[in-house]
Structures are given as C-alpha cells and as structure tokens.
Design a binder for this molecule. Structure first.
Ligand code: HEM
Length: 469
C-alpha cells in the first residue's frame, strides 16, 4: 500500500509514525469518481482523504447521489452528536447486524433509551472495578504465553488476549478452553464478514444489496445460538459464589423500567453487542500502543519504571490505575494517532443547519476522529507521538478535539472497561518483556470498522531480567 513515511524515529528526535498516502486534491464528484472513492474506502476507509481535509473544519460533499457534510469543527461535532435530529446511519450497521442483533450498538429511539438506562449500572466505575480480576487473569495468561518466545506476532497475541478478556468479563469463559467455540466464531466473524465491502457503500440502506451477505448471516446465526445456550446453562446452574461476577450475572439480574427481568433475547443481543464493539477495538489499541513504544524505547523504559514501581499484583481497584499516569497518557496518545473507531457518522432526520451549512433530512454527516485528531488547526505538532501532551489532563474528555470514544448520548458505554483492560494487559506484558520491532519497514494503518495494521510485524521479546543483567 502507498504510504507517506515521514521521518520514522530511528534516533533522537520526534517520532512521526507513517500514514497512508493522502491525496493531493479532492477526488472529484462524478459517478465514476464516486465508485473510485467507494472502492478506496472498501480497501481503506481512511484512504480517500485529501490534504485540505486536514485543514478544513467543514466540507460539503455529494456521494452516491446523496448530499453530505464532513464536520471536524469541535462545536459542530458536539452539535451533531448531541442533537435528537441526527441518528446513527442504519447502513453503517450492516456488517455488525447479524452478530449484534437488536442490542445497544444498533438499537434506536425509545428502545435504545431504555436499553442504555438498564445497562448503565453494568458500566459504572464500581462495576468495572469488579471486572478487574478478569483483566488481570487475561493479562497473565497472555504474558505467560509470550514468556518463552523471542519473537512474536503481537497483533495476533492481542487479538487472542482481548477476546479472552472480554469472554471472561462477559461469561467467565476462557477463549482457549470452555469458550473456544465462541472465540473461534467471533474471530472468524470479526476478521472477515465484519469488514466493510464495496456493496456496503453502494447500497443506501441497511438491507439493500445484502444478497452477498450469506457468510454474515450464517456465522452470526451460529454465534447467537452459542450465546443462547450459554444463557440457558447459566439459568439452569447459577455460578458458584466464590468467582468474580461477570456481565452476564449483571444482565440476568438487571431490571427494566417496569421492574421485570430482561427477556433472554435482549440479554443475548446485549452480550453480542458488547463483544462486537469491545474486542477488536481494544486489541487494536494495544497493538498500536506497543508499536509506538517499540519505536520509542526511551518512553517504553519510562513506562516500565512506572509499572515496576507499582506492579499489577498491587492493583485492587480502579483507583490504583492512577499509579500509571504515563501508561495512561501513552494509551490516550495512541487513541489520538490511531483512533480505533476512525470514522463514524450521523444521518439527519429533519432539515438542519450545521456551521452555516444546510443539512437536508436524509443527508449524512461524517465525523472522523482520524481527521480531527490529526487536524492542523486543532493540534500542535499533530503527526508527532508525544504522550506528555496528555499528562496534565486528568480528564482528556475535556479536550474538544479528542473523541476516540465518540460523544453525546451515544458515547461509547465501554470506554472505562476498555481503558482499564488495556492498562492492565499492557502493564502485565511490559513488566515482563522488553519489546522491539524485528524490522524497520513501516506499518501503515488500514481502516474498516476498526483501524488495524496493513501487515502484522514480528516483535522481538527480551525478558526484563535478562535485559537488565
Ligand atoms: C479502545 C476501545 C474502544 C473504542 C475506541 C470504542 C469506540 C466507540 C465509539 C467511537 C463509539 C460511538 C460510535 C458512534 O457514536 O457512532 C462506541 C460505541 C459503543 N461502544 Fe465502544 N469502543 C471501545 C471499546 C468498547 C468496549 C470494551 C465495549 C463493551 C464492553 C464497547 C461497547 C460499545 C457500545 C455498546 C457502543 C454503543 C453505545 C450506544 O450507542 O449507546 N466499546 N465505541
């Protein structure tokens, strides 16, 4: 893939990680150009941006006969995300619908409102604190698996590790044992059918041109049947009291507005939504953070010193994670440079005006954290990896141009879950292993639903004791 490799760090000086080629000019507006854009986006969702997109705060466009607006201005973004006159476009849900069903990720209107309210207690800081033992166990198991290797594909390892973490947190299952079938289906789905295809861009609605979606329906059906079976088992034989609680426990005891239990189908769809939304995203975050730290060994050493001063074994609750401010800043800076949800959108339900531009009912608004986080008017040295920019920011959500987890009422419900999981897993790995890249070839981000690497590089692993001897 064509790349712009600007000054990748090999010695002192700023680290500027490589990015996909940026078009010098906008890609036209004819039907043929639209097809080219759709084709480029199906290969790499962030591959159709042009230079001026990184300077413009708002850009009107026409795509496939529909008007739209790219909004990067933080006030405009806030307006759109907060307004009830915009909804998440149904067609963006096409790849995930067969897996996520009618759960929170894809639900709308009053159903969404009710679901969000009944799920909120499962994602409070206290509830996430209760899930930490699952993250610690997943981190330990991942690190154990790496400990005897000198070279590893960490992208694959983090995929497995985060799937393990989310299966433990959801169902108290392990990805390689009692949850192996679930893990296998999830992996197959998220590596293939979950990715955008050309027809997803050409079709206007969620159910247009879905004749080629047989693989999505088949695997999604198998997944939902597995989760149904798991819920039935848990109902038949409730779990022992001495294990840490999981999200399934919380959903089984959750109550709707009338005080009744949630129907089984809803519990199943919520579990599936959490898995669809929460596994690959966190795995990508861990991959890119490790890639950056391998490119910047000095920062890696400083993060490790912080972790060795307060080892993972001392973590008893969420507040303990405050002992690792640099690690946290590295994760935020990673989410800035590599937002794992690189683009999302909204569709106008009624005529609206955004930043002085008319947005007719039905038109799309594109919001791209990839653009906003690298915007030349919104950030100082936007292309440079500089985790310190987040060190003095106890609440980076206050930074208007930083929205890795979205914003407004549909902001990611799993942000706290993902950050706690990523901190614990990365701390566990870095405490045991020094990490370097096996080669100097650039790794270019490629976006579909999440932002992954164009190739999975090998990393060299050196046990810490050996590195210090
Ligand atoms: C690094 C990790 C993650 C990132 C970057 C991320 C990003 C996002 C973003 C940007 C949205 C909003 C999309 C929009 O407004 O259209 C979102 C929504 C959502 N996320 Fe996450 N997410 C992550 C991890 C998780 C985890 C671990 C879970 C669950 C355990 C989760 C569950 C959800 C759900 C259910 C929604 C839909 C919320 C709603 O519509 O009310 N996410 N996520």
């Amino acid at each position: 893939m064509d790349a712009q490799v600007r000054d990748v760090k090999v010695g002192p000086g700023p680290l500027v990680p490589p990015v996909p080629k940026v078009h010098p000019r906008p890609l036209g507006g004819s039907p043929l150009d639209d097809l080219r854009i759709a084709w480029e986006m199906s290969r790499n969702l962030i591959g159709a941006w042009c230079e001026e997109d990184f300077d413009n705060l708002v850009t009107p466009y026409h795509f496939m006969g529909q008007p739209g607006l790219v909004v990067s201005d933080p006030a405009g973004v806030r307006q759109v995300l907060a307004s009830p006159n915009f909804r998440r476009p149904l067609k963006l849900g096409r790849p995930l619908k067969p897996l996520a069903g009618e759960g929170l990720l894809l639900s709308e209107g009053e159903t969404w409102k009710r679901q969000r309210k009944s799920l909120a207690p499962a994602f409070t800081p206290a509830a996430i604190g209760g899930l930490l033992p699952h993250f610690v166990a997943a981190g330990a198991s991942l690190t154990e698996g790496l400990a005897n290797q000198t070279k590893a594909n960490l992208s694959e390892a983090f995929h497995h590790g985060t799937l393990d973490a989310v299966l433990r947190a959801l169902f108290s299952r392990r990805a390689d044992r009692d949850g192996a079938v679930l893990a296998q289906i999830a992996r197959r789905y998220l590596e293939g059918p979950a990715h955008f295809r050309l027809l997803d861009f050409i079709g206007r609605g969620r159910d247009d041109l879905t004749f080629a979606d047989g693989d999505r329906r088949r695997l999604g059906g198998r997944w939902l049947a597995e989760v149904d079976a798991l819920i039935a088992q848990r109902r038949a034989a409730p779990a022992a009291d001495d294990r840490p609680g999981d999200l399934l426990d919380r959903l089984l005891t959750a109550r709707d507005e009338d005080g009744g239990p949630l129907p089984d189908q809803e519990i199943r769809d919520q579990c599936s939504s959490m898995l669809a939304a929460g596994f690959e995203t966190t795995s990508r975050l861990l991959f890119w953070a490790t890639y950056l730290l391998a490119r910047d060994p000095e920062t890696q050493d400083r993060v490790r010193a912080e972790i060795l001063a307060f080892p993972v074994e001392r973590v008893n609750g969420l507040d303990d994670l405050k002992a690792w401010p640099l690690l946290r800043s590295v994760l935020f800076e990673t989410l800035r440079l590599y937002p794992t949800a690189p683009t999302f959108g909204r569709q106008a339900l009624a005529d609206e005006t955004v930043l002085g531009h008319k947005v007719p009912a039905g038109a799309m608004v594109t919001i791209s954290p990839w653009l906003i986080h690298r915007h030349r008017k919104l950030w100082d040295a936007p292309a440079v990896f500089r985790p310190e920019r987040f060190l003095d920011q106890p609440h980076p959500w206050g930074i208007e141009a930083f929205l890795p987890f979205g914003g407004g009422p549909r902001v990611c419900i799993g942000a706290g879950f993902a950050l706690a999981e990523a901190q614990i897993i990365l701390a566990t790995v870095l405490a045991r292993l020094e990490i370097a890249l096996a080669d100097d070839r650039p790794v270019i981000p490629v976006a579909s639903i999440t932002l992954g690497p164009d190739r999975e590089p090998d990393f060299l692993l050196t046990p810490i004791v050996q590195a210090r001897a």
